[in-house]
Design a binder for this molecule. Sequence first.
Ligand code: ADP
Ligand code: MG
Length: 334
Amino acid sequence: MALGEFDLIDQFFKFPNDSDWKSQGIGDDCALIELDDRVLAVTADMMAITTHFLPDADPETVGYKALAVNLSDLAAAGAKPQAFFLSISMPEIDEAWLAGFSKGLKTLAQQSRCSLLGGDTTRSALVGATRSPTTIAITAMGELPKGQGLTRRGAQVGDDIWVSGTLGDAYTGLKHRWGHWQVPGEDAPYFYARMDRPTPRYLLGQHIRPYASAAADVSDGFMADLGHILERSAKGARIELNQMPCSAALARLPAKYQQEAMLYGGDDYELIFTSASIHREKLLEIAKALGEKITCVGRIQSAHVGDYAPEVWQGATRLSLGKQGFDHFKESSC
Ligand code: ADP
Ligand code: MG
């Protein structure tokens, strides 16, 4: 059987760390590198036209989102964005496309005060008679106080499980764009905006950091990304479907679409974090002061060894669900 994305990383890219820079190792949203007086959080994310974006995607969206997904990883570590490097490979120089891309990228770089400090530019590979589509790789760096930084490890039995914003909107936008789901015409711009312009929650991440025990961002889907926290923390979880945050627009779609989108839809770039229940009021206060929404969707519980899949309950009924979630080498992509 072909290897999945995560088995592949385990098998080929987990090397011993022989350098003077110590970190927690591969497997979290960011590597946390301990320097003398602070911690450096580093993440790298690559996006390709045709894999992550439709071939005719608006270049401004591509520029914005390429940085947004990296800032979202910094948010999951609770880090303050500081700098990024941009590597881009393109089939040809298209000035109009580059102008749009640069505008989208710069808008978010300025908003987040994350400076572009370097990178690389190349022409993409020739495959047969045509060149491969544009690929963008960004490495972003953020800062944390000494000894700080959230990882996917650390969730404790009894902790609340929180999510920011609403879940499933980006996936619904994609399903609509593909023609699989019909959404009311007036709701389409909302879903498209959530898919094209996710809001990286880096301010929220920094403020909840002192109270959170573990965190991840939702890129592969809520169940998959919560699953990463559970696996790394060796814990289980009980999720209340009726408490999952659903946008007004998603609430207008059939219940089975809501469930699929909120549980399995990727690309939301919301935060999932766990926290001892004594911090509940404080967390709600923080979110309110930042104008952010956070919702408690369940609780961490102990797990049967090797079975960290979250349980999903609807009232008194436990739903029987398969294991889904995005893996680049297991499913077809857009
Ligand atoms: P995210 O979705 O938050 O960007 P992923 O789930 O894609 O993170 O990756 C899981 C972990 O594997 C991360 O710690 C990431 O840095 C690491 N990783 C992914 N690809 C590679 C690679 N080719 N070499 C080394 N580490 C990798
Ligand atoms: Mg992530």
